[in-house]
Design a protein around this ligand. Sequence first.
Ligand code: ZN
Length: 198
Amino acid sequence: MKLFLSIALSATIVVMGYAEDKPATPKTKPAVETKTDKIVKTDEEWRKLLTPEQYRVTRTAGTERPFGEAYEKFNAEGEGTYYCVACGAELFTSNEKFHSGCGWPSFYDASKAKGVQEHVDNSGGMHRIETTCKRCDAHLGHVFEGEGFNTPTNRRFCINAAALKFVPTKGARPELQTLEQGKKNAAEARKADEEKLK
Ligand SMILES: [Zn+2]
């Protein structure tokens, strides 16, 4: 039974594209970690995995309302780590967090895990640098430079709170998500959203 379960699980994982989670490779091939630790899911899968707001921000490059409830929560958070809400990859820590007063979570740098990617974004007639999650390509926000904030980098990662999952220093880091976990988490988050609207 156990064997069957593990085979079934491996099959599910492979189907979902976690190539690096495949059972041990034969000894003839060196077990080198692949650099393509990418999560690729269909739009339908992302919709199931994320709440509508998380989906809008991370998958359609949306921007949340500034000074919203999620931002208030962000300001109140203490020491800890910020993970990608879509896939669980580490993005930022409270060490790089600062209060810019812009209405969105601000960091002066990504964390040492280097999970944040930067791209030129010329949409909307503006020249900006977009930031995304290196693992799942979730849109996070933008990074602005040379604004004169008194930080070590003079950069401001302006990030949507909806794209982040905060875990306090002594909390357990979230598991890198599979689709099944994601569905469960999204169902719970959706329920909480609905409760709030009642
Ligand atoms: Zn991600």
